[in-house]
Ligand binder design. Structure first.
Ligand code: ATP
Ligand code: MG
Length: 344
């Protein structure tokens, strides 16, 4: 165990829509917490197009490559030909093959005591979106084709990541989510690889598997049966939003994108253009992502203090943003968390 450095350089991307608002809130809270990060602010998304003519400017990529660590607000993909999702490009560029999305009940809601970690394969599957049309007659787009790619190597790698995560975090069971009855190749190979890796962890971490549609239903009927989910890219995208719904919505859902030598932390939600600029966004997703980032660099104590301050602000001070049926603005909520940190 190498000592934890006092100053950790990290790239900070404000992003689009509510991005700058939740990023500002998070930076303030981290300051009050005494976080070790020293920020290098870079643009991406529509903000990248505006400032550098590119949704993923070279300076941003260089900064992430150097720091190997980033906290990122949501990025809007500009509509139009030639723009690929900047989020997907970032995952590919830095080979961030693992997406870790925890869903934990913080506020009592429709479901109590939810505590599930979803691990999503992050650079393969249907999400690579290699798509094309086949013309028929005078219709140039008569047939649409999408291809998904899963390599055995990549499937084994994400499975190993999930089992190692389980070991390190005291998780006991991994449910592998697939559609191997229909997508026998694309998701069958994923299940096969997971089974192979699971053998190495016998007696330590259990594995079972579930077809994705059944899993969607079970997540609502009996979410407490799940400890960890291991999903292909597209299924993980969908089920992680569903899991966010179990614990209060997209404002509560953080995500870590992890590769062999780089990690980017983000909120699961998008840029929420419908509420951007109104000062009412819930910053908890990004705050929890910052918590994951603190865990990642070995500051588990700070991450715990941060999560406790969020929980106490919601449940003891009863301060919350509108999406959680509270009345606080982003700023008021942020100030309440900072008061909690200062009182602790
Ligand atoms: P994008 O195209 O960037 O994904 P979107 O239109 O899909 O944007 P999301 O950000 O995914 O929007 O949000 C979906 C809904 O959830 C919106 O109604 C939005 O207002 C709400 N929402 C998302 N994030 C938050 C948040 N942090 N606080 C409050 N409401 C949120
Ligand atoms: Mg969205």
């Amino acid at each position: 165990n190498s000592p934890i450095p006092k100053q950790i350089p990290a790239t900070l991307i404000p992003g689009d829509g509510i991005g700058p608002e939740v990023v500002e809130a998070t930076v303030k809270v981290l300051e009050a917490l005494g976080s070790p990060f020293s920020w290098d602010i870079q643009q991406a998304g529509v903000a990248g197009v505006t400032s550098a003519g590119d949704p993923l400017p070279a300076a941003t990529l260089t900064s992430i490559r150097k720091n190997k660590l980033a906290l990122k607000g949501p990025l809007t993909t500009p509509i139009g030909e030639g723009f690929r999702s900047s989020n997907v490009r970032l995952r590919e560029e830095f080979q961030l093959y693992a997406n870790v999305r925890p869903a934990v009940t913080i506020v009592p809601g429709r479901f109590e005591d939810i505590d599930i970690v979803l691990v999503r394969e992050n650079i393969g599957g249907f999400y690579v979106a290699h798509e094309y049309y086949i013309p028929v007659g005078d219709d140039p787009r008569a047939v649409a084709v999408s291809t998904g790619i899963n390599t055995r190597e990549a499937c084994k790698k994400i499975a190993r990541f999930a089992f190692e995560y389980a070991l390190k975090n005291g998780r006991k069971k991994i449910t592998v989510v697939h559609k191997a009855n229909i997508l026998k190749a694309l998701t069958g190979i994923f299940l096969e690889a997971a089974r192979e890796i699971a053998r190495e962890y016998e007696g330590k971490v259990q594995m079972n598997d579930m077809i994705v549609d059944a899993c969607a239903m079970q997540l609502v009927l009996n979410p407490w049966q799940f400890d960890m989910l291991l999903c292909t890219n597209l299924f993980g995208d969908i089920l992680s939003d569903q899991m966010a719904g179990l614990v209060g919505g997209l404002g509560m859902a953080p995500g870590a994108n992890i590769g062999d030598d780089c990690a980017i932390f983000e909120a699961v939600h998008g840029s929420a253009p419908d509420i951007a600029g109104k000062g009412i966004a819930n910053p908890i997703s990004l705050l929890l992502a910052a918590g994951q980032m603190l865990d990642h660099v070995g500051h588990k104590d700070l991450a715990l203090r941060l999560r406790t301050a969020i929980t106490d602000t919601l449940n003891k001070d009863h301060v919350a943003t509108g999406d959680l049926k509270g009345k606080a603005s982003t700023r008021e909520f942020t100030e309440a968390i900072i008061r909690r940190l200062q009182a602790a």
